[in-house]
Design a protein around this ligand. Structure first.
Ligand code: SF4
Ligand code: SF4
Length: 459
């Protein structure tokens, strides 16, 4: 299943920069301030099951003390790249005063690292939107938060699986939250879970999202083995979709996107492919060669990815294990390398340089193992690429031409399909414009630094 409040995948993979005693380790952090506690009860949410590890009866809540302790180690280690993603459960259940204090703490720690050139702090929050009001929106605007809203389409699609704890529909409350964000000019994107219902109506879904004037959309496919099954081979849950359905969905949505005009709507997955064809790194970990970022649970426990918040992946607790020890430890390093343990078919696949064998979680879903196995949606991607690659390439050539990028043609070998060269400064700026790179996003040049601290700074 998916986490209905799933935040955008991290934009930066961990990067170690050599520097002797002052060795830095840049990574983003995903924070679970309420653990899995949520005011909704979406039937496909995988994170709700974490209540078994962190029971709601204990009222899991991130304290400012724990956050302060984390910041005191994370900020000096990762500065000047300080990227925080708030997620749940439902993070807004913490209440606005907590976020105001947490933001103040972030700034204080950033200032401590460099009082003159204080590193910027980037925050994003993934929310179901139902608790938002004017005060929240003002705070998000003033503090430069990027907001992700979980919305599965119009009421007949959204309310199918996204209900509250008394089984009431939530669509109207989510749309109210969106209205409040719009009123205060807060930037937001839509995260849409592709489930058994909306997967059958890709064009209707896309047309509806466009009609709402949503311009930044991400689709996440829903799949989980059925209760008692060890893998999807033995059966999938009622909400889940099949690879065949998702392949059809990807193709149909792609066609609808092209008809709408790719410059008018940002569809994250396709945009990332085009960006890869231009020769730039993907901003999505699922389409990157390696895994790993940091997850901070409410009590200070740290993990390498929120799909792997489980006992055997615990890196340590911030109250008793130094953060540098966690990210330098064997489990974190081995976790990062798992993605590269490809199935033979992936290693030979013409689409490897775009797909990288997908997210290991979907390999586990398919077969029970993350190593040397095929992901559940492999067939969907193969269909999409084999049917739409020529069009994707044409779009990347066309849009690339206006940016002065010469994208290589189809005849080239797969591993060279994405251009391997250093882009010019002007090209980076154009790509940033095209992909709406924010000041605090990773710089498209691939340096791993924030845009405003890298190429944008030179403007
Ligand atoms: S397992 Fe890897 S690719 Fe999948 S979400 Fe986690 S870090 Fe990203
Ligand atoms: S399309 Fe399938 S075989 Fe090819 S790289 Fe992706 S997961 Fe592997």
């Amino acid at each position: 299943m998916v986490n209905p409040t799933e935040v955008r995948q991290p934009t930066g993979r961990p990067q170690a920069a050599t520097g002797g005693a002052s060795r830095q380790f840049h990574t983003s952090v995903l924070i679970k301030p309420t653990s899995s506690r949520c005011n909704l009860d979406c039937s496909y949410c995988f994170y709700l099951a974490k209540a078994a590890m962190y029971p709601w009866g204990d009222h899991p809540t991130l304290s400012l003390d724990t956050f302060d302790k984390f910041l005191s180690q994370y900020v000096p280690m990762s500065a000047p790249y300080l990227t925080f993603m708030w997620q749940g459960g439902e993070p807004t259940m913490m209440g606005l005063p907590f976020f105001q204090d947490a933001y103040r703490l972030q700034k204080e720690h950033a200032r401590r690292v460099n009082p003159v050139l204080t590193p910027p702090v980037t925050n994003s929050i993934q929310t179901n939107g139902t608790l938002l009001n004017d005060d929240w929106a003002k705070f998000f605007k003033e503090s430069d938060f990027l907001v992700g809203i979980s919305l599965d389409g119009p009421p007949d699609m959204h309310d199918q699986f996204r209900r509250d704890r008394t089984a009431r529909p939530t669509f109207d409350r989510v749309m109210n939250g969106i209205e409040v964000l719009r009123k205060h000019d807060v930037p937001f994107n839509i995260l849409c879970v592709v489930n058994r219902v909306n997967v059958e109506q890709p064009r209707e879904l896309f047309a509806w999202l466009v009609a709402q004037e949503f311009t930044d959309i991400q689709f996440i496919p829903c799949v989980e083995p059925a209760e008692g099954a060890h893998s999807a081979e033995e059966g999938i849950t009622d909400e889940s979709i099949t690879p065949e359905q998702f392949g059809e969905f990807l193709c149909q949505v792609f066609d609808a996107w092209v008809e709408t005009g790719i410059a008018n709507v940002r569809l994250r997955w396709y945009d990332n492919i085009i960006q890869r064809l231009w020769g730039f790194p993907s901003e999505m970990c699922t389409m990157s060669p390696a895994c790993g970022y940091l997850v901070l649970e409410h009590n200070g426990d740290c993990y390498p990815c929120d799909f792997f918040v489980q006992d055997d992946q615990l890196l340590g607790n911030i109250h008793n294990t130094p953060l540098r020890e966690m990210v330098g430890g064997r489990s974190f390093i081995e976790f990062g390398q798992t993605k590269a343990k490809l199935h033979d078919e992936c290693a030979r696949c013409p689409w490897l340089s775009l797909c990288y064998g997908e997210c290991p979680r979907y390999r586990i879903t398919a077969s029970g193992s993350a190593e040397h196995t095929l992901p559940y949606f492999c067939e969907s991607y193969k269909r999409m690429f084999s049917e739409k690659y020529p069009e994707l390439e044409r779009l990347s050539i066309e849009s690339g031409r206006t940016l002065g990028l010469a994208v290589q043609q189809r005849a080239i070998p797969a591993d060279e399909r994405t251009a391997k060269r250093t882009p010019s400064f002007e090209q980076v700026l154009e790509v940033a414009k095209r992909s709406r790179t924010g000041r605090n996003d990773a710089c498209p040049c691939g340096s791993g630094r924030k845009f405003k601290r890298c190429c944008q700074r030179q403007v």
